[in-house]
Design a protein around this ligand. Sequence first.
Ligand code: AMP
Length: 213
Amino acid sequence: MIILLLGAPGAGKGTQAKLLEERFSLHHLAPGDILRDEIKKGTPLGRQAKINMDQGHLVPNELIVDIMLNHIRDAENVILDGFPRNIGQAEALDRFLSEHGRQLDYVIRISVSESEIIRRLSGRRVCPKCGSSYNVVFNPPKVDGICDKDGEQLVQRKDDHEETIRNRFEVFNEQTKPLVEYYSDHGNFITIDGERDHMVIFEELAKLIAGRK
Ligand code: AMP
């Protein structure tokens, strides 16, 4: 099974992907997480990616496409969170899938307004160890600034500062939004309202996927 999540930064793709990963034993593939890990390790890829990421721009396709396709090749059940992010990546993914006789089971678009995105991203805090995501306003951890799962000190992502958030939203509008059109005639393309409680959204998605499995 391959599920693709589409949506602006902060739409809740990562949150839903983590919940679905646990419920359905899917392999959660998030290029943002992979790149942040490369940055932490100080690899050449990490160093190059950091320049783009810190400004809220996309990392060039030639740096990300092969890595993502290799990960997909190695996994049977996958949830894609943040790939593809432009038409070139979507075309590369399509070619890969048809060469391997595979297909996308669901393309799920999580729709959230720009004002809500900005509110969410500026309040977002993440655990640098396990990747859990919180929000200081509407999903705070039990103890202020501390991850519920592993007690690690939460941090604000460098690209969650206001100026970079605006850049990321622009990049989304220009490069990623056209994917809605690209995938809209896909048989299992679904748009869901991402402004509801994250557990309500999760149960809706879980029901959909369980019906299919
Ligand atoms: P995310 O964690 O999904 O918000 O991604 C953080 C950053 O990683 C993005 O702003 C981009 O700089 C980079 N990135 C993530 N996914 C991709 C992708 N599919 N293509 C290019 N850059 C990406």
